[in-house]
Design a protein around this ligand. Structure first.
Ligand code: NI
Length: 388
């Protein structure tokens, strides 16, 4: 177990409150980046020069002694007006750490300090990734494109979970968070006087048919054992009561937990829309915006991390989240393990992205231990080839 003195936990709590008070939006985390660098260099940790505009890459350990693993925390905040009433509430009005990324980066700072203090005993190297821009799903792709995953054996990350109590960890192999797709659709028909629909092609009737039919993807195409969500969230069409418009628009999201379901849902989506539009004499234009794939935990490493984490936490198999997480982009190029770590647990705790979202500092020690103890585990696994 990591040596987490009360004094150091108090220091981490202060750091967390400072970061909470100074949130920055995705890709604009300049002060946050400077703050993290200052802390790391203050502890004697090597910060790597990087082409990334924001975010920090740092390293601990000795490359000549063995292989490298990575630890990742995200650092960005959200465009939300904070309503927690905390005495360390956001000073950046309209921006808030409402997803607990202040908690994530603080725990990675804590782990960094402890790993640095034990550097001479490390049989390998640990890369710290303080990732920018998770909320807009760009950050992980930028880190991968910059090559920081190329020489990595595995990566560890987590998200705080307000439904779990401090000291609890939820972990499972396979899909723990959903693949996220965003669609936009234009239906193009022919407008006419509302009193003479026979002279037009009514896009509102067609859109209504499509929105209802799309639910058949979940009800009749995807296997009942699998989870997929199709949500149309925004419909626009027409301006007044006595004119049928030329076009309509709708958008929404599809969430899935396997590449196969993701591909199949996307294919059925296009077929239903194109054929329904054609049946009524209209055309459709579909714009597809790929979000992160499924957060797909490695089936070999995850059980090892699960067992190892029992020495400092209550570990159990959680229900997957239908939210997305760009940690999944790392798992496309290297094996990864992503956990949920308890950060609140009250029955009325607000969920992620709420203006009254609260994380409890008591959860920090578990998060620090998660990074530290599983770094030791994975370095042992990859460098000693030890059967664990
Ligand atoms: Ni988040």
């Amino acid at each position: 177990m990591a040596n987490l003195s009360n004094e150091f936990l108090a220091e981490l709590t202060e750091i967390r409150h400072y970061i909470h008070q100074h949130p920055e939006l995705s890709s604009e985390e300049y002060q946050t980046t400077a703050f993290i660098k200052e802390k790391l260099t203050g502890w004697g940790i090597d910060v790597i020069d990087t082409p990334l505009k924001t975010g920090v890459i740092a390293e601990i350990g000795n490359k000549s002694k063995g292989k490298t693993i990575a630890l990742r925390a995200d650092i960005d905040a959200l465009p939300i007006l904070e309503k927690t009433g905390l005495d360390f509430a956001s000073e950046n009005l309209g921006v808030m750490h409402a997803c607990g990324h202040d908690f994530h980066q603080t725990s990675l700072l804590g782990a960094a300090k402890i790993l640095k203090d034990n550097e001479e005993h490390l049989n390998g190297r640990i890369r710290l990734i303080f990732q920018p821009a998770e909320e807009n799903h760009r950050g992980a792709r930028e880190v991968v494109a910059a090559g920081y995953l190329n020489d990595i054996q595995a990566i560890i990350g987590y998200h705080n979970h307000p439904g779990l109590k401090p000291g609890e960890i939820g972990l499972k192999s396979g899909g723990i968070m959903a693949a996220v797709d965003h669609f936009k659709v234009d239906i193009i028909g022919r407008g006419t006087h509302a009193a003479n629909p026979q002279l037009g092609v009514d896009v509102l009737v067609i859109t209504s048919q499509i929105v209802v039919q799309l639910q058949s993807i979940v009800a009749r195409n995807i296997a009942p054992q699998d989870s997929v969500v199709v949500s149309v969230t925004h419909i626009k069409g027409g301006n007044t009561w006595n004119v049928l418009p030329d076009t309509s628009f709708f958008e929404g999201t599809i969430r899935s937990f396997s590449n196969e379901d993701r591909r199949y849902a996307k294919a059925r989506f296009a077929e239903i829309i194109n054929h329904t539009a054609a049946a009524y004499g209209a055309t459709a234009k579909i714009t597809w915006l790929d979000g992160p794939p499924v957060t797909d935990n490695d089936s070999t490493l995850t059980p090892l991390v699960f067992e190892n984490s029992k020495q400092f936490a209550k570990v159990f198999t959680p229900i997957s989240s239908n939210a997305g997480e760009d940690f999944a982009d790392y798992q496309q190029v290297t094996p990864g393990v992503f956990a949920f770590i308890g950060s609140n647990g009250d029955a009325d705790a607000a969920g992620w992205h709420h203006s009254d979202f609260l994380v409890k500092d008591e959860g920090l020690a578990t998060a620090v231990n998660y990074y530290v103890e599983n770094s030791y585990l994975l370095l042992k696994y990859f460098n000693d080839g030890e059967k664990l």
